[in-house]
Write a protein that binds this ligand. Structure first.
Ligand SMILES: [Zn+2]
Ligand SMILES: [Zn+2]
Length: 166
């Protein structure tokens, strides 16, 4: 019997291996909840399915899956990379400055690329990757931990302080 994950690996021209299957399955399971998973979490969940799996093997799988277009890597500056199985739809991300929590934002103005920019003659844009920075709801309600205060107070934070003061 062939599982959907095995079919996707084959359709992408990849050899089906137990680690690749487990890693892709973890990403697909997380997609339902809109999860963008750091490598440590992917490794932990894949190990639950496989028994043992080195972190290096997880990195190798993610590399192969990303190159084959089955996974997408999001690299928010200052935070570890995260991976997801939602690919090819040119969606964007909201990233929390404090905890790195990442959420999807759909393309706001139609099909990709969704931003109209002035580009030099001859340059053809085929993708737009936008990161919206701010603070997630749990970080906004928690007191800031020492040492994690961002250099620049984010707009969302400033706005909420002003609202509370008035
Ligand atoms: Zn947060
Ligand atoms: Zn995403």
């Amino acid at each position: 019997m062939t599982t959907p994950v095995q079919q996707r690996l084959r359709a992408a021209g990849l050899r089906v291996t137990a680690p690749r299957e487990a890693v892709l399955q973890v990403l697909e399971n997380g997609q339902g909840g809109g999860e963008h998973l750091p490598v440590a979490t992917i490794a932990e969940r894949a190990r639950r399915a496989l028994g043992s799996l080195s972190t290096q093997a997880v990195y190798d799988c993610l590399e192969v899956l990303t190159a084959a277009g089955l996974a997408r890597r999001i690299e928010p500056a200052g935070h570890p990379a995260r991976y997801e199985a939602r690919v090819g739809d040119n969606h964007h991300h909201l990233v929390c400055r404090s905890c790195g929590e990442t959420a999807d934002v759909d393309c706001v103005v139609g099909p990709a690329p969704c931003l109209s920019v002035a580009v030099p003659a001859g340059f053809v844009v085929d993708e737009a990757e936008v990161t919206f920075w701010g603070h997630c709801s749990s970080c906004r309600s928690a007191p800031p931990a020492p040492g994690t205060t961002p250099d620049h107070p984010p707009a969302t934070h400033t706005a909420s302080i002003e609202r509370n003061a008035s």
